[in-house]
Design a protein around this ligand. Structure first.
Ligand SMILES: Cc1ncc(COP(=O)(O)O)c(C=O)c1O
Ligand SMILES: N[C@@H](CCOP(=O)(O)O)C(=O)O
Length: 529
């Protein structure tokens, strides 16, 4: 059997054809009290489990056995003065238009985008050191809801939501991976990092925004607001996150998917989570148009990033990067872009940290697009003169096959205000970059391949220097996109050399044949030493 068919033979054909502790004053960290372990008295159960050898002072008592982590959070909750509201995005300073987050509204009066605006004066009552210490104290715990990387920044996300209404899978806190070998071998870089946002509950960064959106929906439903279900158009990741968080809260979810344009792993996620899945014979932009029309008519809450609530969660990935570098600012952050909400979310997270004194500057942002779906890149190249939506062509980076991004204005704002750059990657570039990264121990998605291709170009042109601290944002788990890897390593992609393919070797089941093959392999490795 040829290597390619060997790879393919293990591929099963699709059965789915068509288808605080709250802060209390401007406080210096010496006044800061990190979250305490619960002081509740231990249950008899817990005391009996303590052994004579346990050093009594080091024992942290568990909460009472009849209490869960939500109850515990309720008991420990305290009040604060933080708040947030919707305002028109990038509004004129004289604008008086605003909406409560408890209203169901996605667009400003003039039809523009909205933004969640926090009461910065209230947040500024606390200095940067205070916020850093508070956020640091919450990392990696199971304290509800602060153990989540998103809700550990609750005061900056949805300050007014009750912990009882939060729907969380303790998302965030994703690995910031030091790409030591990839950086050294392929780019001559020593400070290259990959923020693995795809190592997450549903396998993409969408979890960060969806926990916020679904939590707010949960609150609205408890307030008897007319929300019967939550819906989105999707290239596969938003739908996976939406259906998982809705399933967890018992809220109906409805997803519009472009038929035959998303990976099997992504398709099966909402199906498994019980969403109402519509496979529609159009592309993502067509699905987006339909969901916007439908949510204007039916009591279905819109979950795409047009809804600015999502970006409040996504921005925490930026804050987390700073935190993981012990509040040192990287030089560059590279983000693959499709509907373009995420690049703005990163901007917003970094900007808030600067404005509130946690850091003293912003990184430069790079947005990377697939050349087959590159409306932002073309706009950038025109000197931001004229934006034209494009018809997005098929790309292995299927989750960013988007020609008319809803957040185009947000992306331009983010890039212009961070001295940003837009790059693009051909199919061959992104697939080669993915294969090379995988060969150094990662297992990235094609969208991360797009971001790495942008990095390669900017390194080759000398824009990014060898010692620049650079973060590439990996947006989804590679396991969602195994078909693209199978195609590449089978060398079965039309007009692509697949230079870094590593197909399996077919060998007879006898000792001599196996030895021959292995000797040849070891010799080839030896000669490279
Ligand atoms: C895996 C993946 N990467 C990148 C993106 C791009 O994010 P955005 O649409 O916010 O630009 C998306 C979705 O669009 C995605 O699913
Ligand atoms: N890649 C996205 C496309 C929709 O983006 P959104 O952030 O506006 O929901 C997806 O996975 O659906």
């Amino acid at each position: 059997m040829a290597a390619s068919s060997l790879l393919r033979s293990s591929f099963i054909s699709s059965p789915f054809q068509p288808q605080l502790q709250q802060p209390t004053s401007k406080i210096h960290p010496t006044h800061f009290t990190p979250i305490k372990a619960t002081t509740s008295s231990p249950s008899s159960d817990q005391s009996s489990s303590a052994t004579a050898a346990s050093p009594p002072q080091s024992i942290k008592h568990r909460r009472p056995t009849n209490e869960n982590i939500r109850d515990e959070a309720r008991r420990n909750s305290s009040s604060h003065n933080f708040s947030a509201k919707y305002v028109p995005f990038n509004a004129d300073s004289n604008s008086k238009e605003f909406y409560s987050l408890d209203e169901i509204v996605y667009r400003s009066r003039s039809g523009g985008l909205l933004d969640v605006q926090h009461d910065m004066d209230a947040l500024k009552k606390f200095d940067g050191e205070y916020w850093r210490a508070l956020f640091d104290s919450r990392v990696g715990k199971t304290t509800w809801p602060y153990g989540s990387g998103v809700w550990s920044k609750k005061e900056w996300v949805l300050p007014e939501i009750d912990g009882d209404d939060i729907v969380s899978a303790f998302e965030g806190n994703s690995n910031l991976f030091w790409a030591e070998r990839y950086g050294k071998q392929f780019l001559g870089m020593n400070d290259l990092w990959v923020k693995h946002c795809g190592i997450s509950h549903t396998g993409s960064f969408k979890d960060l925004g969806m926990t916020v959106l679904v939590s707010q929906v949960n609150r609205l439903r408890k307030m008897n607001r007319p929300v019967v279900g939550v819906g989105c158009a999707s290239t596969g990741d938003t739908s996976a996150a939406l259906s998982a968080y809705c399933a967890s809260a018992g809220i109906p979810s409805i997803v519009f998917l472009p038929a035959n344009r998303i990976s099997m792993a992504q398709l099966v996620q909402p199906i498994a989570n019980g969403a109402f899945v519509l496979s529609i014979d159009t592309d993502f932009d067509g699905c987006m148009q339909l969901i916007r029309e439908v949510t204007a008519e039916l009591p279905i809450y819109l979950a795409n990033s047009l809804n600015s609530l999502r970006l409040e969660g996504q921005k925490t990935a930026a804050i987390e990067i700073l935190q993981q570098f012990d509040w040192e600012v990287p030089d560059w952050v590279i983000v693959p872009g499709g509907n373009l909400g995420n690049i703005y979310a990163f901007y917003k997270g970094f900007h808030m940290c600067k404005e509130l004194g946690l850091v003293d500057r912003m990184p430069r942002l790079v947005c990377a697009q697939a050349a087959n779906a590159n409306p932002l890149y073309l706009y950038y190249k025109s000197g931001w003169k004229e934006f034209k939506p494009v018809k997005a062509n098929t790309t292995f980076a299927s989750a960013i096959q988007i020609g008319d991004p809803v957040s185009i204005d947000r992306a331009v704002f983010a890039l212009r205000n961070s001295n940003g750059i837009v790059e693009e990657a051909t199919e061959e570039e992104l697939m080669d970059a993915m294969a090379q990264a995988d060969s150094t121990g990662m297992f990235i998605c094609p969208h991360t391949g797009v971001a790495l291709s942008a990095l390669i170009k900017l390194r080759n042109s000398g824009v990014i220097g060898p010692t620049d601290r650079t973060v590439v944002v990996s947006t989804a788990h590679g396991l969602k996109f195994t078909q693209s890897k199978v195609d590449y390593h089978s060398k079965e992609i039309k007009d692509m050399a697949c230079r870094f393919a590593n197909p399996p070797v077919q060998v007879k089941a006898d000792f001599g044949s196996v030895m021959d093959v292995l000797k040849k392999y070891l010799l080839s490795k030896d000669s490279k030493c």
